[in-house]
Design a protein around this ligand. Structure first.
Ligand SMILES: Cc1ncc(COP(=O)(O)O)c(C=O)c1O
Length: 388
């Protein structure tokens, strides 16, 4: 039976980054756009209807946070993820990257170390470099096709006198791990022992597949919540990155106050009417749409798994969550530059280069599968043809 997600929508009708020359480069218009981390699917009908209703109101003057927003978010977290999130701990933020940057600038000082676990989302590096923080690398361990954390390495880094913070990616972009409670507890205990503040980016938390449950780091218990800052956002879950804002959860009262003071100093306080309408509708009524999209994504992953199985040149790292596949092309023996060239010129794929996620990503590519199945099939056929 056809799915609503089979509908091909021309993303070039708006300046969508995924198909923009800024991302695809000159002459890249014909490539399969598998880089930027959003979905080619229309946002849920309930979200579009709420935005339309807001548009029809016709007045777009200054607005407060709608009363329904935090209850919609806390109810979502409780019913979907079993997290009794205290609404008084939630601050509204413009976006997740803003929270990561602010957290580093408020709670660490120039020269302090912030731990990251590569291969990891490239913006973590940019933010830390631009804020003059030392990046402390604790690479993930890849064994038998699965990534885990190196807890000994983490303990050693956390014990360094200048280690003050960790950027946790939960679930982890790009390797698709949904960290288990046990893993998160281990990380939390190490960080607590060494006074390292956990900043947990949970933007991909809603996108998990059968057998894998996302655990909000702060939901592990009050001590974990107290030593953390959590970033939540509906951007990925409902494909509304260009018209939503995000949430910063800070349980520790003194830290929350410090964060609010900085927000106030920087006048980060504007509420966008369309973002508010979209987010209330998404969290209140978008659950069944998300379930459908997760099924469709799982189907797309199954398609990639089958297509790549006979190929020796590439191995798919099985994802627990996210719509980003981490593909291992190391068997081809190409340099990172030649791999990008091969994928672009021979397979017609515009992926995110593995090396963007750290040296640990060399020989890999991040491949976004949140597109129509027909498009994905065509892209896979092209790769299969050039490899065989
Ligand atoms: C792990 C992660 N964090 C943050 C972001 C960006 O979040 P925002 O658009 O809210 O700044 C992305 C987008 O790809 C992401 O993958």
């Amino acid at each position: 039976m056809p799915s609503q997600f089979d509908q091909e929508i021309n993303r070039r009708e708006v300046p969508a980054l995924k198909v923009h020359r800024m991302v695809l480069g000159e002459g890249g218009a014909g490539l399969f756009p598998a880089g930027v981390a959003d979905m080619d699917f229309m946002a849920p009908e309930v979200v579009r209807a709420a935005m339309q209703k807001r548009l029809d109101h016709g007045i777009f003057g200054y607005e407060a946070v709608p009363d329904a927003l935090f209850p919609a978010l806390t109810n979502w977290m409780q019913t979907r993820h079993g997290w009794a999130l205290d609404p008084s701990h939630i601050l509204r933020s413009p976006n997740v990257l803003n929270t990561l940057a602010l957290a580093a600038s408020i709670f660490t000082e120039a020269g302090d170390g912030v731990i990251v676990q590569p291969p990891v989302f490239f913006d973590f590096y940019d933010i830390l470099e631009e804020n003059g923080r030392e990046i402390l690398h604790n690479p993930l361990v890849l064994k038998d096709g699965r990534y885990t954390m190196d807890f000994d390495g983490l303990e050693a880094l956390a014990a360094q006198p200048n280690a003050k913070m960790i950027y946790l990616c939960n679930p982890h972009n790009p390797v698709g791990r949904v960290w288990t409670r046990a893993e998160l507890r281990m990380l939390g205990d190490i960080c607590a022992r060494h006074n390292v503040l956990v900043v947990s980016d949970e933007i991909h938390g809603d996108i998990t597949f059968a057998g894998h449950d996302y655990t909000p780091f702060a939901a592990l218990g009050p001590a974990y919540a107290d030593n953390s800052i959590t970033c939540l956002s509906p951007a990925k879950s409902f494909n509304i990155a260009a018209c939503c804002s995000s949430f910063t959860v800070i349980s520790n009262a003194a830290r929350r106050k410090a964060y609010q003071v900085e927000n106030s100093r920087l006048t980060v306080n504007k509420n966008n009417a369309f973002a508010s309408a979209a987010m209330v509708a998404a969290y209140a009524d978008g659950g069944s749409w998300l379930d459908e999209v997760l099924d469709y994504l799982a189907g797309n992953i199954a398609l990639v798994r089958e297509a790549l199985k006979p190929l020796d040149a590439v191995q798919m790292i099985e994802p627990d969550g996210t719509f980003l596949l981490w593909l291992d092309f190391r068997a081809m023996g190409l340099s990172p530059e030649d791999l990008t060239k091969f994928l672009r010129e021979k397979a017609g794929w515009a992926v995110t280069r593995g090396q963007a996620f750290g040296v640990e990503g060399e020989g890999f590519a991040r491949f976004n599968i949140a597109c129509t199945r027909a498009k994905l099939k065509a892209a896979l056929a092209q790769l299969t043809t050039v490899l065989s």
